[in-house]
Write a protein that binds this ligand. Structure first.
Ligand SMILES: C[S@@+](CC[C@H](N)C(=O)[O-])C[C@H]1O[C@@H](n2cnc3c(N)ncnc32)[C@H](O)[C@@H]1O
Length: 292
């Protein structure tokens, strides 16, 4: 077995190869359906390819990410630290550990905008058993290839009356007039700000939907941190020459944490690098909550 650092450095190539393996079946499906509008349009074909790929890898990714996303949405992540009780195999509490951010956040509640829900990997978290004060969720998902799985996730969670799929990109939300500015209690973005167009502009747009006091819960992979060394930054930039073309437009080198902080004036910012990620991760994360 390769050492963990080497395995982690090679992992993106395995992921790319896995993504590529879903291209022939995507092409064949649309060819058999004589769906030339998809076959002859790269954005549509890429969306269909990504939808098929994500339906299969999404559950694996969820298994890794849920120990972070569940406590994040429940408001117990501060300063990039996952509380020990939230981890799947809790280690004994470290009495010397101090949480520099003193106040845990309220859980996700009220009217929620979930951006880029994809196949609905996190839909079940909006059930009353996990987030009891959620009253309405708008799932803003532009990729039609994901909608059938997302609809199934909504039905399986028994959230038909609560979770509404908005089949638009965030960039088209304002012109649709679907959701009034200043009307949303919480924005939830999990591994999606890597994929939206014009991220800085659209993050500022999303800020506008929050009520005063509204909260934005984010778990996103980002550009390698300076602390990881220039070699990792270079390696990530090299991977990113190919990555977005294979992975549905996902950009590896975004400074999402910085841009979130700049999205508008916040009363509280508790977004940090996820604690404990080693230097050799090509996809380091930020995690946390910003309060308007
Ligand atoms: C990497 S997937 C993550 C999906 C989901 N959040 C999860 O954790 O499984 C990124 C998602 O962002 C969506 N997306 C891409 N462009 C978008 C846009 N302009 N507005 C909203 N969502 C978008 C994609 O369709 C995709 O479902």
């Amino acid at each position: 077995m390769p050492p963990p650092a080497l395995a982690a450095l090679l992992e993106p190539w395995q992921f790319l190869a896995l993504a590529l393996s879903y291209l022939p079946s995507t092409l064949l499906t649309h060819l058999l359906a004589l769906d030339f509008s998809t076959l002859l349009s790269w954005p549509r074909l890429q969306a269909a390819w990504f939808g098929r790929f994500w339906a299969h890898v999404g559950p694996m990714i969820r298994t890794n990410a849920e120990a972070k996303v569940v406590p994040l949405l429940q408001g117990s992540v501060t300063h990039g630290v996952i509380p020990p009780s939230a981890s799947p195999s809790p280690s004994p509490p470290d009495k010397s550990a101090s949480h520099p951010h003193p106040h845990p956040h309220p859980p996700v509640s009220g009217t929620v905008l979930e951006i880029g829900p994809g196949t609905g990997m996190w839909t079940s978290l909006f059930q009353p058993s996990t987030l009891p004060a959620v009253t309405k969720v708008y799932g803003v998902e532009p990729n039609p290839a994901q909608h059938p799985a997302l609809r199934r996730a909504v039905a399986a969670a028994g959230l038909e009356g609560t979770y509404e799929i908005v089949p638009l990109g965030i960039e088209d939300l304002a012109s649709s007039g679907k959701i009034p500015l200043g009307s949303v209690d919480c924005v939830v973005t999990v591994m999606c700000l890597c994929s939206i167009p014009e991220p800085r502009h659209n993050m500022a747009q999303l800020y506008g939907y929050l009520k005063p006091g509204g909260r934005w819960y984010a778990y996103e992979h980002v550009k390698c941190f300076r602390s990881q060394g220039w070699g990792m930054q270079l390696y990530q930039a090299f991977l990113n020459l190919i990555w977005p073309h294979f992975i549905g437009g996902c950009e590896m080198c975004r400074e999402t944490g910085k841009w979130l902080k700049e999205a508008g004036p916040w009363s509280d910012v508790d977004v940090h690098q996820l604690e404990g990620e080693p230097w050799y991760f090509t996809m380091p994360h930020i995690i946390g909550v910003l309060t308007k």
